[in-house]
Ligand binder design. Structure first.
Ligand SMILES: *Cc1c(COP(=O)(O)O)cnc(C)c1O
Length: 412
């Protein structure tokens, strides 16, 4: 990947910040560098603590879904928090994770893979676990691994549309009958057989996992084969303004209860969290370039780090940072944003609540952007990728069941 990276004082700052024992705060960074390009503010301590808590409380293996945020500093922080399994979806992600962590267990969890990606993953990067949702993909995996005798294969089950903000039911997953046939066909070929699903991202209902596990149980019963892995996928939610999910523990309780009901004592549970591990771990600081009524023209947008604020219309927590650290006494008002590109679709309706006197030159920190933020940025219209710095701040929003202020060792 080539990024437009203009020479920038922040590059030096990033190096200092990442290696410093106690990173600076967001406000210190902004007051000292007064950035005119957007900056990502990574919270390594938050990432570490969030990962450590998920790993400790989930009764099974935690596979981080790399696509959600593949930044090397993010992956390092999750590793430090105890994550050892990685859910990769491309040859690039597999090579990235293997390059950073020789001892990581990598799972190739995209149901439709390039033949070359299967070969590379198996032969160069020691990947043994592959997901599939069709007979064609099963044949492809067997051919490209030379009919390997040491494979773990996971059959992805399709789910009916559920109660998630992002529906993922349309693209992947075998219908029940086909999943049954795939489980039977794969069993004699593998050392490890699993069944997986994805309830959809930002899933607001813990019962969605119970329903999906019941369907997985039905597939397993009908197939009549031994099962080694039940993979409940991703979808674990975080807080956004006016959208507070049930505590993470409520999801784990439904999963464990429904898994126990399947009566598969020899099987292992896997989860593939993306958003839940990293959303609170990063924010982006943008600058206001122009104000027109209640619309602010800012220097990042839907072609940059704020893709989810565009058409998906996610709302994010926002706060003013004013030059010199001055505070605003003005009341909060609802604002919408335009991004920097010339496309009128580069629009984020929010609402984002900010002081009524906000003006050109002010900065805005926008939170909960560690998931599906920076990694979706393009170079459209000459606006490149934002720099990343490490900071010691808390998350901008607390998610129930995630580590609180008292559990974050910010100096570590
Ligand atoms: C995207 C994805 C995930 C992560 O989903 P979140 O909703 O971010 O937790 C997990 N598994 C698969 C197969 C995915 O495609």
């Amino acid at each position: 990947m080539s990024h437009i990276r203009p020479p920038n004082a922040l590059t030096a700052l990033r190096r200092t910040a990442v290696s410093a024992a106690v990173p600076p705060s967001v406000d210190e960074i902004i007051q000292s560098s007064r950035p005119e390009e957007s900056i990502h503010c990574l919270r390594p301590a938050v990432l570490r603590a969030t990962a450590a808590r998920f790993v400790a409380e989930f009764r099974g293996d935690v596979l981080y879904a790399v696509k959600c945020n593949p930044d090397a500093d993010v992956l390092e922080a999750l590793w430090d928090g105890g994550v050892r399994h990685f859910d990769c979806a491309s040859a690039g992600e597999v090579a990235l994770v293997r390059g950073l962590f020789p001892d990581a267990v990598i799972h190739f969890m995209h149901p439709v893979k390039a033949r070359s990606a299967i070969r590379e993953a198996y032969r160069l990067h020691d990947v043994r676990d592959f997901v599939l949702d069709s007979a064609e993909e099963l044949a492809k995996i067997m051919t490209e691994t030379g009919n390997a005798q040491d494979l773990g294969l996971v059959v992805r089950l399709g789910l009916p549309r559920g109660n998630a903000l992002y529906d993922l039911s349309g693209k992947f997953g075998a219908p029940l009958e086909e999943a049954v046939a795939l489980l039977r066909a794969a069993r004699p070929l593998v050392v490890r057989l699993g069944v997986s699903f994805h309830v959809g991202s930002q899933c607001m209902d813990p019962l969605a996992y119970r329903r999906a596990l019941a369907l997985a149980g039905e597939a397993i019963r009908q197939a009549g084969v031994a099962i080694d892995v039940v993979d409940v996928g991703g979808g674990f939610p975080v807080s956004y303004p006016d959208l507070e999910p049930p505590p993470l523990g409520a999801y784990f309780a439904e999963i464990e209860g429904a898994f126990d009901d399947l009566n598969l004592p020899q099987a292992r549970l896997w989860a593939e969290p993306g958003r839940a591990l990293v959303a609170a771990g990063s924010s982006v600081v943008v600058q206001v370039q122009h104000r027109r009524g209640d619309t602010l023209y800012i220097n990042d947008g839907v072609y940059g780090s704020l893709s989810d604020a565009g058409a998906p219309a996610f709302r994010f927590p926002a706060r003013l940072i004013r030059d010199g650290g001055a505070r605003s006494a003005a009341t909060l008002e609802a604002f919408a944003f335009f991004g920097p590109t010339c496309d009128s679709a580069d629009y984020m309706k929010g609402p984002f609540f900010l002081p009524a006197d906000i003006r050109e030159g002010d900065w805005i920190e926008i939170g909960q952007l560690g998931a599906y933020g920076a990694c979706l940025a393009t170079e459209f219209n000459g606006f490149g990728c934002a720099e990343t710095v490490a900071v010691r701040d808390q998350p901008m929003l607390q998610t129930p069941g995630h580590p609180g202020d008292d559990q974050l060792d910010l100096a570590a």
